[in-house]
Design a protein around this ligand. Structure first.
Ligand code: PMP
Ligand code: GLN
Length: 379
């Protein structure tokens, strides 16, 4: 058949996880924890299932969960939103990203994305009839070149997608970045899709620069979050989109025909747990920083070079001292021969990349990290 996505294959996350499983490798490729979520959270899910909360939830999400989210946003980012009109629960951040893109993008519209970019953005843009305009982040710290952004905006540009903290590079945006973004989108009347699924995984006492901290900017934004990252439950696929009422109303026109709603007992349980245990997400920066520091320390005498990640649960490792192979081949060989799986970073960029990096997920038990580092140290 005539494919709608002729250049899209199976996502690298499935490819590498499958390869890791086939070869019994330690899987530091796809980003998911190898430890459990808190018991209390699981117990609440079972509690609500037994209570009979097993039928459809409201299309926009359970009001108790919407309210918990609105309260959290007020506490963290000092933005007062209306829970019912501005919070939509989605089936993972992936659904929210897809719906936000389809809410705004019409055939011929352009969307600016930054490479390396998370792999779900471009296919969603293409399916909406739009075009992704790829701008490189500038290595080694992977910052945004705002002058290049200004030059790329034209009358077809409708949206800029940012991802902060950034997967796969671990870079984070600064207050100055947010001010530059605010000016560009205001002057050019653009929308922003802000992927903030790693909002709580940020290190070295840095401050997460959510778009929700900037009330004027927020008026043009869809901000997307994921319970999967925050509560160690990536397989539950529960996320949410925060947007002003007018944008939310249009967003829901799409969302209601993509999934309609999201698993009911999970929503009840998450609402309870958000209320009873705010310290869970407040402790996440330290929890993951300890893992980042451990992983980096373990590799100090290896042939890899690294700049410690500033956020996310990913660490890039540069490997030119080990091999001249390209990253896709090296990641495959490392999985099959040494039994450690990672993600080749070049697949997230449209232009060929000079840097040679693999991405490793450190959302793992310390023992798993030690075992993986032992192997990597022998290369
Ligand atoms: N955006 C980014 C940057 C991600 O890393 C992920 C990965 N999980 C998602 C979105 C998707 O989140 P979810 O699993 O909640 O769909
Ligand atoms: N976000 C995860 C990662 O970056 C993967 C999500 C997925 O497998 N679709 O590894």
């Amino acid at each position: 058949m005539n494919s709608k996505l002729p250049n899209v294959g199976t996502t690298i996350f499935s490819v590498m996880t499958q390869l890791a499983n086939e070869h019994n490798a330690i899987n530091l490729s796809q980003g998911f924890p190898d430890f459990q979520c808190p018991d209390e959270l699981m117990e609440r899910v079972y509690f609500y299932m037994k209570q009979g909360k097993n039928q459809y939830a409201p299309m926009a999400g359970l009001p108790v969960l919407q309210q918990q989210i609105a309260d959290k946003i007020d506490n963290l980012y000092q933005l007062q939103i209306n829970a019912i009109d501005e919070v939509t629960i989605t089936s993972g951040a992936t659904e929210a990203l897809f719906c936000a893109i389809h809410t705004v993008i019409k055939p011929g519209d352009e969307v600016i994305i930054f490479d390396p970019s998370y792999d779900s953005y471009e296919p969603a843009i293409l399916l909406a009839g739009g075009k992704a305009v790829h701008l490189p982040l500038i290595a080694p710290d992977y910052h945004i070149d705002w002058e290049a952004v200004k030059k790329s905006v034209n009358e077809r540009t409708r949206m800029i997608i940012i991802n902060n903290p950034h997967n796969p590079t671990g870079s984070v945006l600064t207050e100055d970045d947010m001010l530059q973004l605010s000016i560009i989108v205001k002057v050019n009347d653009l929308f922003v899709l802000s992927d903030e699924v790693y909002e709580h995984i940020i290190f070295d006492r840095k401050f997460h620069q959510s778009v929700l901290r900037y009330p004027d900017l927020y008026q043009r934004c869809f901000a997307v979050f994921s319970f999967g990252k925050t509560y160690h439950v990536t397989g539950w696929k529960v996320g949410y989109c925060i947007a002003p009422p007018m944008l939310t109303s249009e967003f829901r026109k799409v969302h209601q025909f993509v999934t309609f709603d999201t698993a009911t007992p999970l929503q009840y349980a998450l609402a309870d747990f958000m209320k009873s245990c705010p310290q869970h997400y407040l402790a996440l920066p330290d929890f993951y920083q300890q893992k980042r520091d451990l992983f980096c320390r373990l590799l100090i005498d290896s042939k890899f070079t690294l700049i410690p990640s500033q956020g996310t649960f990913f660490q890039l490792l540069e490997y030119t001292a080990i091999t001249t192979q390209d990253d896709v081949d090296f990641a495959r060989a490392l999985t099959i021969n040494q039994k450690v799986a990672s993600i080749p970073v070049s697949v997230f960029s449209m232009q060929p990349v000079r840097e040679k990096y693999l991405r490793f997920c450190f959302a793992k038990d310390d023992a798993t990290l030690v075992k993986a580092a032992d192997i990597l140290n022998q290369l």
